[in-house]
Design a protein around this ligand. Sequence first.
Ligand code: IVH
Length: 691
Amino acid sequence: MRERLARLREQLQLAGHHYHVLDEPLMPDAEYDRLFRELQALEAEHPEFLTPDSPTQRVGAAPMASFTQVRHRVPMLSIHTETDISEQGAVQFDARVRKQLQLSEADPALDYVAELKFDGLAISLIYSNHLLVQACTRGDGETGEDVTHNIRTIGQIPLRLPHTAPPELEVRGEVYMRRDDFEHLNNRQRERIAQGLKNEKTFVNPRNAAAGAVRQLDPRIAAQRPLSFFAYALHFHADTSQPLSPVQATLNGLQTYGSHMQVLLALKSWGFPVSEHSKQVSGANGLIAFHHDIAALRDRLPFDIDGVVYKVNDISLQARMGMVSREPRWAVAHKYPAQEEFTTVQAIEVQVGRTGKLTPVAKLAPVFVGGVTVTNATLHNEDEARRKDVRVGDTVVVRRAGDVIPEVVSVMLEKRLQDAQIFTMPSHCPVCQSLAVREEGEADYRCIGGLFCSAQRKQAILHFAHRRAVEVDDLGEKLVDQLVDAGLVNTLPDLYKLGFSHLAALDRMAEKSANNLLASLERSKQTTLARFLFGLGIRHVGEATAKDLARHFGGMEAIMDASIEQLLTVNDIGPVVAQSLRTFFDQPHNREVVEQLRACGIHWEESAPGARLDLPLAGHTYVITGTLPTLSREQAQALLEEAGAKVAGSVSKKTTGVIAGEAAGSKLDKANALGIPVLDEAALMALVKPR
Ligand code: IVH
């Protein structure tokens, strides 16, 4: 027992140091939480063994020595985590609050504010005379680090407050990194590593990247790391010479706001970003509904959350409830399933993509993470696999957040088996045995087998059948495997030569499925030039480029015969894409595939070159961001494009307008900053309405 306690404390202490001080987590949060709870439970059972230095007795870790330390004028508290992660967690919190306030069943439901639990790091901002004078991390809750120079680089944090705000105040909130910003940052880091720059690394997750940026000693580096901020609390300091207790601080001027919701509205009115998801709800049922709604939305949010937070709305009730062991009694965190977990690597396979790209993939012992069971995680490419040094048999941390492909973030070296072998990329394609080559300046190995390689053929067929290409429903991965392996389909035109008897002869193919596939193939014959072109899978020709080409040239022959110079006159087509198109159509067998597909009955309407210029939105470019109330992103895009507009992925000075829905983020900020009009779904509908 005593040994277990000592061991737990030691593990947690070490993990805490790695996490808070070194910014290099040793274990997934879920594992930390499990150990922490085990320790808490043991200490509760045996209070005689409790030691003052136990990790359960303090919040966070000591600040890094190289920053100036700042004593918080009001301690920065932590939030109690509800142990029951089912919806019962909300019921239990409500019951505890009501009990403590001595409410009976006859009393009405309490009002709460339910918020997202942002997965970043807490920051305190001190304003004096309306100016941001100091920003510090939470540190151990009593003393934090002065990171003002880095926080000043965050565009979303006001440096000066309007005169409607009190001149002296403290605002607290969360600094975080959006998932798209995190992906960009890591891509950039990978490039830097590939260029041989020393001391560069990729980050394991957005929170880690944000923490690293905030605690960067060089603000110029911090400024290059895209950070965002949400404000969620306000404190006043009438007398700044004396530290205030949280209860004093809660009362210190905040009564004028009456409720936490009023505080959030005030923060918003002074220019702080406040999450639009923060919501006033009534009673346990309101909390449960919020928990449900956010669980459904979680993957589509542009940033990570690890749960939701419930707060008693009434400030005087908050003050009455006070706190226990550095956690307010009036707030609780209710978590969702973790997005990082441990598992073991059973094998490392190399998959072959449509363009012959070889991707190493770790085959994992099944693990429940981010709400789904994961068995595969990408290792990206040779450099990444080598840098992470993942080996068969290793215990690894996998991460799945949002709809991003699961990834191995780190290896637990202390659990590595003695004889674990270093992974190396194969010199030949694992499917067709052709040579695999890595070209100068490229990160990827490619199989040079082309359509000789059955893996590439399979991917090419799946791409052609994709719903955004010519769309053959009912043609999934398993079926394509069977068709190619049985030698029934070798080229795209072979698809249209399939008959009922071929299909019925396949393993596990029911009559109905065979007929469904034949019907889908028949339907797919009527398509559009852009879909067909995209479906051919020409390197660097994505959906948008295919649309541009179709619009510009109007017909297939014109595209196949276009010279590099002619191709370069098309909007957004540069030398790499132009060359790729020429290379593709210079190969007689590719032209033959086009001819044969047409002979099979694939057709589309051709138009005069550039004919769509007379459409109402021709020449206009829109960006769609966030979740629209009724339209999917694809539907919104299709509506805009039918009206002649272009839909781009990022906002620039050339953007005509931004269509913004719920949870819109940095694109909306950028539009506002550039003064670009922002439209909601109703405005979009009005815009595309036939006149
Ligand atoms: S309120 C009264 N609200 O969670 C407690 N904290 O364990 C003061 N956090 O370090 C915090 N989202 O970084 C609050 N909506 C939210 C939050 C939130 C994330 C973090 C915060 C703090 C930790 C508390």
